[in-house]
Design a protein around this ligand. Structure first.
Ligand code: FMN
Length: 200
């Protein structure tokens, strides 16, 4: 069955935000090249708008490279928290990276983390708009991933994510949420996350 024809697609950014959830089960449906390019181009536009210099996003989609990257993500101590990544059917990966030493002063030290995180989240939302799933991974073997992607010493890998079409179950659930105008999952209470300062 071609699920895409029956899918409710998100119309607005709020729809995309409501629809997005971490996806850990994927189908092996390939991702069209133009979709990958569109995600890359959205990230590029966001980065240009912020005048971003300290971060970059890598999209990995060559099948052999994706296979090797699964093992690299699982490598090291941190990678072991994500054993599911070894068998993921996701067709691609994204990696958000930052240059720590390119920041001007010590006060700016965390800028590369913030910028890499921004790129990642823009990519995650752009992917969700195309019906693609992602899952932020902080648990990955950075040394292994860097080796696999031939990343130089001056660049840190801040986060990685598989990128692919969610399993049919997740797509069905997301469809239902979309039609009901609800978020894909239970979310934190507003007061747990946002502090509204009192008016003076
Ligand atoms: C910085 C960061 C690191 C994360 N690392 C992992 C991870 O290593 N493995 C994993 O399965 N999920 C990871 N997640 C996903 C969170 O578990 C998930 O975002 C959270 O449970 C909320 O669920 P949701 O994304 O579906 O809203 C990470 C999320 C963030 C923001």
């Amino acid at each position: 069955m071609d699920i895409s024809t029956t899918e409710a697609r998100p119309d607005t950014l709020m729809d995309v935000i409501r629809l997005r959830r971490s996806v850990r089960t994927y189908t092996d449906q390939p991702i069209p090249e133009e979709v990958l390019r569109s995600i890359g181009s959205t990230v590029e536009k966001a980065a240009a708008a912020w005048g971003m210099r300290n971060a970059r996003l890598i999209i990995v989609r060559e099948p052999g490279e994706v296979r090797r990257l699964r093992r690299a993500v699982f490598s090291g101590v941190l990678g072991k928290i994500n054993p599911w990544i070894l068998t993921t059917r996701a067709h691609a990966f994204i990696a958000a990276c930052g240059y720590p030493s390119s920041t001007a002063s010590s006060d700016d030290r965390a800028q590369y983390l913030a910028q890499a995180a921004m790129l990642m989240e823009v990519a995650v939302l752009a992917a969700a708009e195309h019906g693609l799933g992602t899952c932020w991974l902080g648990g990955f073997g950075e040394a292994g991933v860097k080796r696999e992607l031939s990343i130089t010493d001056d660049l840190r890998v801040v986060a990685v994510s598989p990128l692919g079409y969610p399993s049919e179950r997740i797509r069905r659930e997301s469809n239902a949420y979309m039609k009901e105008g609800r978020a894909a999952l239970r979310r934190m209470e507003l007061r747990e996350l946002v502090t509204m300062m009192e008016e003076a």
